[in-house]
Design a binder for this molecule. Structure first.
Ligand code: NAD
Ligand code: UDX
Length: 489
């Protein structure tokens, strides 16, 4: 294959946008065009306000846009001109028909394949960037080859993306590895070499690994399954900690120092969210069932079941701690995104918690630094019988969100939540005032000293019986008894 000089990326989302922006910034001799059917998304990519928030992304987009980086809705033109095409479209869980609720919906991938086949007048390397079930490249190849025009050839590669949201730019600039799967034929190997040469501009060669196509596809599902499994494993232990007096942070630290286990991805939480883990686990479960491997399917299903258990355990604890009723009580939700440093709310545990609390009759005051009220209302609409606008307020700052509230629930681990003035928050709340730290990021001792009753994941805290104390309801420091002061001196 000649050197890649024109890249088209179909799908200007969380993967296509950052990935191809980084390629454009590192390979300034390659023209990169990112296309999408969503006109407003492309307009945002071409504006001052990008459609997604990722630390460091805006600077790179602005430095390359109009130079060798373009965002366009003219898909046909970009496809025709490109010698390498990334398919980065969404592959959501099917919500209809066979495999409903589990299988991956590949309709967008197939649409891309047909469009490429119908409009290409020169040979292309077609790269599966989206996460797909193992052997999806086979269908892609068959559609392309069944519709090929004379003189045009295709090589299909698998090049799954391992970036995590919130750290996408760092992950792309310094990846643990780049994985490329292709056919074990001369043409296949040449295509792998052509794609590899793009990454080699900034990724050390030893970190670019090549495999057969099916191993590459399956490695992506496996990586996400293992990562999610670690979170579910530590969350399962958090329930044991709460029942016994052990502390899950201490357990995580102790096991994480074993070099065979390592310290990462052992942060117990309200449960994992995001657009990938659940979807990809469901996909793996479905594939295993189709391959007549029910034991394998059941094994991975359990990772999801544990995540549901963790979310529901936390939500139930909120209600139980607040005297088993939250009807008409205002509750402050800090964080709505599925993790910090992103505005993405897909499968966010905050949505589960919010819906649970609303169904129990609560009134929610929500604050997230990167999620706007339109998104919050869209995420909460549909399943609830309540009139949302009467029971949900989205605040512009955390202090407004705390006014008249009975409890603060931390759903996302935003750094700014650790440095809020909790005395000020407390003074605006009703008493007893509760904190439920679903991310284990706050200084619990300090909060208890202020007067809060604090609950968190995976350990029992030494809360004071607040009924013994007098608290003021307005602004100002709460009155504490001598006993309280001595305890936290
Ligand atoms: P996304 O929904 O943010 O973006 C996908 C884009 O593709 C959308 O803008 C949509 O309009 C566009 N699209 C769909 N069909 C199209 C078509 N026929 N022609 C042109 N554009 C079309 O999705 P995402 O989060 O970027 O994920 C994309 C893929 O990457 C998925 O398979 C996902 O599993 C995988 N992935 C995601 C992440 C992540 O962190 N989000 C990480 C690794 C892999
Ligand atoms: C994940 C994978 O990490 C990434 O490699 C893949 O390409 C896409 O899916 P992402 O979903 O963006 O990335 O974020 P990730 O950092 O994996 O977090 C997923 C969820 O797990 C978040 O809700 C996060 O808060 C939660 N999490 C993560 C924990 O609860 N504990 C941890 O220790 C780590």
């Amino acid at each position: 294959y000649p050197k890649v000089s024109k890249i088209c990326c179909i799908g200007a989302g969380y993967v296509g946008g950052p990935t191809c922006t980084v390629i454009a910034s590192k390979c300034t001799d390659i023209t990169v065009t990112i296309v999408d059917i969503n006109e407003s998304r492309i307009a945002q990519w071409n504006s001052d306000s990008l459609p997604i928030f990722e630390p460091g992304l805006e600077e790179i987009v602005k430095s390359r846009r109009g130079q060798n980086l373009f965002f366009s809705t003219d898909i046909l033109k970009a496809v025709k001109e490109a010698d390498l095409i990334f398919i980065s479209v969404n592959t959501p869980t099917k919500n209809f028909g066979v495999g409903k609720g589990r299988a991956a919906d590949l309709k967008h991938i197939e649409a891309c394949a047909r469009l490429i086949a119908d409009h290409s007048t020169s040979s292309k390397i077609v790269v599966e960037k989206s996460t797909v079930p193992v052997r999806a490249a086979e269908s892609l190849s068959r559609i392309l080859k069944a519709n090929t025009k004379p003189g045009v050839t295709y090589q299909v590669l698998s090049n799954p993306e391992f970036l995590a949201e919130g750290t996408a730019i760092c992950d792309l600039l310094n990846p643990d590895r780049v994985l490329i799967g292709g056919e074990d034929t001369e043409e296949g190997q040449l295509a792998i070499a052509a794609l590899s040469s793009v990454y080699e501009v900034w990724v050390p060669k030893e970190r670019i690994i090549t495999t057969n196509t099916w191993s590459s596809e399956l490695s992506k599902l496996t990586a996400n399954a293992f990562l999610a499994q670690r979170i579910s494993s530590i969350n399962a232990i958090s329930a044991v900690c709460e029942a016994t007096g052990a502390d899950v942070s201490e357990v995580a630290r102790a096991i994480g120092m074993d070099t065979r286990l390592g310290p990462k991805f052992l942060q117990s939480s309200v449960g994992f969210g995001g657009s990938c883990f659940q979807k990809d686990l469901l996909n793996l479960v479905y594939i295993s069932e189709c391959l007549n491997l029910p034991e394998v399917a059941e094994y991975w299903q359990q990772v999801l079941n544990m995540n549901e258990f963790q979310k529901s355990r936390f939500a139930k604890r909120i209600v139980e701690t607040m005297f088993n009723t939250i009807t008409n009580k205002k509750i402050t939700l800090l964080g709505f995104a599925f993790k910090k440093n992103t505005g993405d709310t897909r499968e966010s545990p905050a949505i589960y918690i919010a819906k649970y609390l609303l169904e129990e009759g609560a009134v929610l005051q929500i604050y997230d630094p990167k999620v706007d009220s339109k998104q919050v209302f869209a995420d909460l609409s549909g399943t609830l019988s309540v009139n949302l606008s009467e029971v949900v307020t989205v605040s512009k700052n955390p202090y407004d969100a705390a006014v008249g509230s009975h409890a603060i629930v931390v759903c996302t681990e935003w750094d700014e939540f650790t440095s809020l003035d909790y005395e000020r928050m407390y003074s605006r709340m009703l008493k007893p005032a509760f904190v439920f730290d679903g991310r284990k990021i706050l200084n619990h001792k300090k909060l208890i000293d202020i007067g809060f009753h604090v609950e968190t994941i995976g350990c029992k805290l030494n809360n004071i019986d607040q009924s013994k104390y007098l608290f003021s309801c307005g602004e100002g420091t709460p009155r504490r008894t001598q006993e309280h002061r001595m305890r936290f001196a």
